[in-house]
Design a protein around this ligand. Structure first.
Ligand code: KIV
Length: 284
């Protein structure tokens, strides 16, 4: 399979070929994602919740994203790699935004950065793009604004709110974004935005009318039975699978059936004795 680039993604939009994207945070998971033929990996700030067990994404730092991104790059050289810009690493000033985006490319080895917002951050998108860094915008339900939204709530349900999301997506693309993530919006609005924009849209909780889809890896793997929102499909019961394996391991340890002979090392003399079936006269 060929390396996925920004050109591949633009061609996918032109040929209406759906783009697959998942989040990943470590090299082991990333290797599986790459082998599975997924087009793009997002090292999302969702790592705060998935890896760190935090209640939202606000505590995640630039260094943490860079660390996980570098790990993912080692495991997955083929998919297009996007690094999330954490909360308050781009909102305060354009200069800071450019510097921090550059950090994620240099230290994280990402190929693009993602930031939340449209119109409000269009100066940042222009400046980062002008620095030669591809930008993905993220509009609709923007998790870094969880307190401003009063929780993780579907956005753009009513006409005026839908228009705001639509204009945000347009503003982001006019500023230079090469891709737009549409999160938590009605499918009709997502389809309208996708038809309007010349760049690919990637949906999460935004229906099938987007140019591609993204899911958080632990959600699609069914790792958390207590988190099953409407927009997630669990493609495997990863929780049951992994818990079952851990239980088997604990049982095997408990009954001393693990490790067995073939899973253990022996000293050379003992190995030789075993090889001759305990008949020491055959050794001399
Ligand atoms: O951080 C993340 O994982 C994201 C996706 C949900 C789009 O932003």
């Amino acid at each position: 399979m060929n390396k996925v680039t920004i050109v591949t993604l633009a061609e996918a939009k032109a040929s209406q070929t759906p783009i697959s994207m998942v989040t990943a945070y470590d090299a082991t998971m990333a290797r599986i994602v790459d082998d599975a033929g997924i087009d793009s990996i997002l090292v999302g700030d969702s790592l705060g919740m998935v890896i760190g067990g935090q209640e939202n994404t606000l505590e995640v730092s630039l260094e943490e994203v860079a660390y996980h991104c570098r790990a993912v790059r080692r495991g997955a050289p083929r998919p297009f790699l996007i690094a999330d810009m954490p909360f308050m690493t781009y909102q305060a000033s354009v200069e800071e935004a450019v510097r921090n985006a550059g950090f994620l490319l240099r230290q994280g080895r990402a190929e693009a950065v993602k930031l939340e917002g449209g119109l409000a951050v269009s100066p940042q998108i222009s400046a980062i793009t002008a620095a030669g860094i591809p930008v993905v915008a993220h509009v609709g339900l923007t998790p870094q604004s969880v307190h401003a939204m009063g929780g993780f709530k579907v956005q753009g349900r009513h006409e005026a709110a839908a228009e705001r999301v639509f204009l945000d997506a347009r503003a982001a693309v006019e500023a230079g974004a090469f891709m737009v993530v549409l999160e938590g919006i009605p499918q009709e609005l997502a389809a309208r935005i996708s038809a309007d924009l010349a760049v690919p849209t990637i949906g999460i909780g935004a229906g099938v009318g987007c140019d591609g889809q993204v899911l958080v890896c632990s959600d699609l793997l069914g790792m958390n039975p207590s988190f099953q929102p409407k927009f997630v499909r669990q493609f495997v019961d990863g929780y049951a699978l992994m818990r079952g394996a851990f239980e088997l391991y604990a049982k095997a340890v408990g009954e001393r059936s693990f490790p067995n002979e073939s899973e253990s090392f022996s000293s050379p003399a003992a190995a030789q004795r075993k090889a001759v079936g305990g008949d020491l006269t055959r050794l001399y």
